[in-house]
Design a protein around this ligand. Sequence first.
Ligand code: ATP
Ligand code: MG
Length: 249
Amino acid sequence: MNQAVNMNANHASHAPAYFSAWDIHSYYGESYIVQGVSMNVHEGEILALLGRNGAGKTSTLRSIARIGEPMVTHGEMWLDHQPLHEMNSHQAARAGVALVPEDRRIIQGLTVEENLKLAQIAPPRGWSIERIYELFPRLGERAKQEGTTLSGGEQQMLAIGRALARDIKLLLLDEPYEGLAPVIVHEIEKTLMEIRSLGITTIIVEQNAVAALKLADRAVILDMGQVVYDGLAKDVLDNEELRKEYLAI
Ligand SMILES: Nc1ncnc2c1ncn2[C@@H]1O[C@H](COP(=O)(O)OP(=O)(O)OP(=O)(O)O)[C@@H](O)[C@H]1O
Ligand SMILES: [Mg+2]
């Protein structure tokens, strides 16, 4: 990590959090999955949310986005002074939460451009299509191609571009590097750094923990639905015990 990023992280740790979750508990039916998760993310920061398979990472992101499943039964979530815990998924989306799920959900039968335009139908609008193409030139080159025929990496770019087409405050990425070749991962990493430099706040869930930790300012590690680490991302990279126990790296 470069100097500027470290200074930014130090500075941000004294500022009030932009997104806060306090003691979140959620259930799929009778299954108690998210068991008292709290986290803070400062504006313009990237938080890596890590942990083994089944630790509750996706469930935590879905809880924040107010998807409904799992059902949040306790806790508060605030985004830029707005109470997400009182909202449904549509309200949370309007409040600026954008979840890019693992399967990317590119809409079949629509071109790249139509996928992006569809995201702009409901206000408030975010980035222009031209600006998204500047960030992802590959999408501009393939504007008229059907979205579902893009490569995995390009579909991930489209899914992120579609999130930016709305006016977002918190970007939630669930395993954005999954199934992608290292060179494409690197390309998406660069974009995420660029997005951060523009002040967008991001929570990234990744199995590729090393890549996520290199990108992130801070990290939260979950195990069995509970937070077992909350601190600087670079400290996780230096902590062999933590890496072995919870990340298998
Ligand atoms: N729809 C569901 N109904 C019941 N249990 C579920 C449901 N979805 C997930 N779970 C359970 O919740 C737990 C946490 O799952 P979750 O998907 O949040 O984990 P994760 O950390 O994202 O794992 P992975 O790294 O494999 O994606 C798991 O035990 C899983 O079986
Ligand atoms: Mg998951």
